[in-house]
Design a protein around this ligand. Structure first.
Ligand SMILES: [Zn+2]
Length: 58
């Protein structure tokens, strides 16, 4: 698998992949990981990617 979440790939993302994590509400973190919650997919930071989806409240 390609490293899609590193280096210049991240720079292509809107706001360079940074924003507020909907799970932990830290700002300026890179939101690189897709988590499926119900029928929608959200982006979370690396800290929250290991949290089970049902523990994440948006
Ligand atoms: Zn987070």
């Amino acid at each position: 698998m390609a490293k899609n979440n590193r280096g210049k790939e991240v720079k292509k993302l809107p706001n360079q992949g940074r924003g507020e994590c909907p799970s932990c509400h830290r700002t300026g973190v890179k939101l690189l990981y897709d988590v499926k919650i119900g029928d929608k997919t959200i982006k979370v930071c690396k800290v929250c990617k290991d949290i089970p989806a049902d523990k994440i409240t948006v």
